[in-house]
Design a protein around this ligand. Structure first.
Ligand SMILES: CC(C)(COP(=O)(O)OP(=O)(O)OC[C@H]1O[C@@H](n2cnc3c(N)ncnc32)[C@H](O)[C@@H]1OP(=O)(O)O)[C@@H](O)C(=O)NCCC(=O)NCCS
Length: 154
């Protein structure tokens, strides 16, 4: 399986929507209202993200990106206006092969290079990926109902 990794471009917005739906599969009620918030105007703000595609078929199979929100319109993992929120998803049939870990690590390194001091992510308490974030040194900052909000200090 040959893969291509590249940055997310504004034209990728429809693909991101599919991955956002996957990322939010655990979220429940908050889901619909947050969809637009995590996607609107992709590329117009300080948005950074990476996508992975099957080289031959050019089929996207995973994406990771972050967005910065404001106090008056926070995201689910809002900590402060300087801490972007990370969103990650890999298509179910390609999970558990190291793709997600690679994408998240790549984004973390990029955030560090760009001078950010921390990143956050919201994960449902029953989502097995919680262990992956903890192994990558994310720490639980708060719990909001069924969601855990984690921070990685860069
Ligand atoms: C989170 C996600 C992107 C990880 O992608 P992935 O390609 O499967 O990740 P990897 O194969 O690189 O790593 C999987 C890691 O998580 C663990 N993991 C993944 N699924 C697991 C499961 N069902 N049970 C237990 N551990 C699991 C693996 O042990 C591995 O940890 P390690 O690298 O420390 O050994 C993917 O599971 C996904 O899209 N999930 C749905 C969306 C989501 O929940 N996103 C997180 C909120 S933003």
């Amino acid at each position: 399986m040959e893969l291509v990794f590249r940055t997310i471009k504004p034209a990728d917005a429809p693909v991101l929507k599919e991955f956002l739906e996957l990322a939010m599969e655990f979220y429940g009620n908050e889901r619909e209202q947050m969809m637009d918030h995590y996607l609107a105007d992709w590329g117009k703000r300080v948005d950074i993200g990476f996508i992975v595609l099957l080289k031959k078929e050019k089929k996207p199979i995973g994406a990771v990106w972050f967005r910065q929100f404001t106090q008056d319109r926070p995201g689910l993992a809002f900590l402060d206006e300087k801490t972007p929120e990370l969103i990650a998803a890999v298509s179910p049939e390609y999970r558990n092969q190291g793709i997600g870990r690679y994408l998240i690590t790549r984004l973390v390194n990029q955030a560090r290079m760009e001078g950010f001091q921390s990143l956050s992510v919201a994960v449902h308490k029953d989502n097995p990926v919680l262990g992956l974030y903890e192994r990558l040194s994310f720490q639980v900052e708060r719990e909001d109902g069924s969601l855990k909000v984690l921070r990685l200090t860069l």
